[in-house]
Write a protein that binds this ligand. Structure first.
Ligand code: AMP
Ligand code: MG
Length: 414
């Protein structure tokens, strides 16, 4: 192939997704000091990606922990009848009296350390108390271990509690706090260049002429980049001109990933592929059998990967979620970078022509413990008003012509 020409590589959606997944794994930084961008305070770390594992600095729980209010004792003593209460333990108390002996019990509160010798806690509700004596109320059997979590049962000192590569959410923050992680090492946010192309485009702050269109893609993409853990760099609108497009891509290639919108179709003034080819790009695919999103282009330049996304605003956001989000997440060190789908039950039948994987604007609503989904009427992939009524995109596989009402379907999350 001579410089300035791009090949034609049209893949099924599944194949294209696999190619992106492979490249995402390739660009994912390996955990280690070299890639640690910064140490951030625990409360500023939500949404960041861990660059070093969180390690248990001591056994968890650090002591055999009572999980109920009741009486700590030896399970073998219980069938015999009465136990003598020899003390009381509240959460935060240290027990100083040595191991409990046969026939003894200690009144204990949830969260307290069980005294040595005790192997179970009988719940308050299951005992009858007579002054300093307790007996089991009713015919309940209590086994050793009941209502006590042994020291180290959740995590041994030195064990990995949260792996590097995990995005910090609520559970990870809580686990890090329990390990004394007041500061956490997180990966750098990848830089993502956003280049909107089109002679018709004007900035959102300008007053458009009747024949002009506001550039909405740069803004939706910036929001999607941030949500995927990246740092968007919105570059000026690029006019439909090959040289200008080449210059702009050259500038964007400072970043880890270059996103372009528009100019990837077959029109006379679509220059993105030519400009990329002129810059010596390697192309992984130049189209996918999907709708919206058919003309999507993926490849790499010497320093950065690029995605040429179709300019129609719904195509842009769908192809970002499917192909760009995995790359942004992976560049940010995240292990789980694949596109995100949820399952929902179809409210109505859906019919389409087979041959393309479809991503149809849809509204998912919680229903009991599950979800239901219905399509949103739309005027095609430029219909942002429809997109704003939708909260996901119903997936219809390439070979499927009909999904029946009541069937469980997959919905792409944006
Ligand atoms: P293109 O992919 O360049 O052929 O553009 C397809 C459609 O998307 C055209 O109607 C464009 O006006 C529209 N479009 C392209 N880029 C943008 C953008 N940045 N913001 C909003 N609409 C756009
Ligand atoms: Mg255009």
């Amino acid at each position: 192939m001579t410089s300035g020409e791009s090949p034609s590589i049209v893949l099924s959606y599944d194949h294209a997704a696999a190619v992106v997944g492979r490249e995402a794994e390739r660009v994912r930084p390996q955990p280690g000091p070299a890639r640690i961008a910064e140490r951030v305070a625990l409360d500023a770390a939500a949404g960041r990606v861990l660059a070093e594992p969180v390690i248990a600095d001591r056994d968890q729980p650090p002591f055999a922990r009572a999980t109920r209010d009741g009486y700590a004792c030896r399970a073998v003593d219980l069938p015999a009848g009465g136990l003598r209460v020899v003390g009381q333990l509240r959460a935060g108390d240290a027990w100083t009296l040595g191991a409990i002996r046969p026939g003894e019990a200690v009144e204990i509160m949830t969260g307290a350390a069980a005294p040595p010798g005790a192997d179970c806690v009988v719940m308050l509700e299951h005992v009858a108390v007579h002054e300093q004596w307790i007996s089991l109320a009713g015919a309940r059997e209590i086994a050793a271990g009941e209502n006590i979590v042994a020291a180290g049962a959740e995590a041994r000192s030195g064990a990995v509690v949260v792996s590097a590569g995990r995005r910090l959410g609520v559970t990870e923050i809580a686990a890090a706090a329990a390990c004394g992680g007041a500061e956490l090492a997180v990966f750098a946010r990848p830089k993502v260049a956003i280049l909107a192309t089109g002679d018709e485009l004007v900035d959102v702050k300008e007053r458009p002429q009747p024949h002009q269109i506001r550039n909405s893609n740069s803004h939706s993409l910036a929001a999607q980049v941030r949500a995927a853990g990246g740092e968007p760099e919105m570059l000026p609108i690029v006019r439909d001109d090959k040289a200008a497009t080449e210059r702009a891509i050259g500038d964007g290639a400072r970043c880890d990933l270059v996103l372009l919108t528009g100019g990837v179709s077959m029109g006379k003034f679509d220059f993105v592929e030519q400009a990329l080819a002129g810059l010596g790009a390697e192309f992984f695919f130049t189209g996918a059998r999907m709708q919206p999103g058919r003309p999507v282009v993926f490849g790499r330049l010497a320093t950065a990967h690029f995605l040429g996304l179709p300019g129609n605003p719904i195509s842009t956001m769908v192809t970002f979620a499917l192909f760009a989000a995995p790359l942004v997440r992976a560049l940010g060190g995240e292990n789980e970078h694949k596109p995100r789908f949820r399952l929902a039950q179809l409210e109505e039948e859906v019919r389409v022509k087979a041959g393309l994987t479809r991503f149809l604007p849809a509204r998912v609503e919680s229903h009991g413990r599950g979800a239901r989904v219905r399509r949103i009427e739309w005027q095609g992939s430029g219909d942002l008003a429809a997109a704003a009524r939708a909260n996901g995109f119903l997936v219809v596989p390439e070979t499927t012509e009909r999904l029946a009402a009541g069937e469980v379907a997959s919905v792409l999350e944006i």
